[in-house]
Design a protein around this ligand. Structure first.
Ligand SMILES: Nc1ncnc2c1ncn2[C@@H]1O[C@H](COP(=O)(O)OP(=O)(O)OP(=O)(O)O)[C@@H](O)[C@H]1O
Ligand SMILES: [Mg+2]
Length: 145
């Protein structure tokens, strides 16, 4: 059994552009303090930041849970937003429902979810329309073979 070194849960507030990105910044600070490999921190940072921004832009409240064990880092973001009707479509690079206002702020390229997947060793996205969305990402600390 992998040994759990750290578990922390953060609240993310939807529509809060002012403080957007703060939770993922906290996540990377924690990993730096744990002396995690910088390349791993970069990947977890992308996952946490893109997931956090999606909550800010499309969902309401969410919790981000960070779990660090001696062989992997898990990021789970569960929101109480509108859900995603077509996950396959949402995963396509370039697909975005961002508003003009969000695009003016530099978001809405439709690259967040594909980037999260690319940076994850294990990725899953589950959603129920009207209830919310749950994103689960695992980044391994040890590579086998
Ligand atoms: N947590 C969520 N709740 C509801 N819809 C979501 C959520 N996350 C993503 N989506 C939907 O999936 C689409 C694609 O998300 P993705 O992160 O790939 O791109 P984006 O957020 O539109 O743009 P970018 O991430 O490049 O700024 C979003 O435009 C939105 O319609
Ligand atoms: Mg996004």
């Amino acid at each position: 059994m992998p040994e759990e070194l750290l578990r922390k849960t953060f609240e993310i507030q939807g529509w809060d552009f002012e403080n957007a990105g703060e939770r993922s910044a906290e996540v990377t600070t924690i990993l730096k303090d744990l002396d995690v490999d910088p390349n791993i921190i970069l990947r977890v940072g992308v996952v946490a930041f893109e997931a956090e921004m999606n909550v800010v832009m499309y969902a309401g409240r969410a919790t981000l849970t960070l779990v660090v064990t001696d062989d992997e880092i898990v990021v789970e973001v569960a929101d109480e937003g509108p859900g995603i009707a077509d996950i396959e479509l949402a995963m396509q690079p370039g697909y975005s429902t961002a508003s003009d206002e969000m695009r003016e702020m530099g978001f809405g390229y439709g690259l967040g979810l594909p980037n999260i997947k690319k940076n994850s060793d294990v990725f899953s996205l589950q959603s129920e329309v009207g209830r919310g969305t749950r994103l689960h990402s695992i980044i391994r600390l040890i590579s086998y073979g």
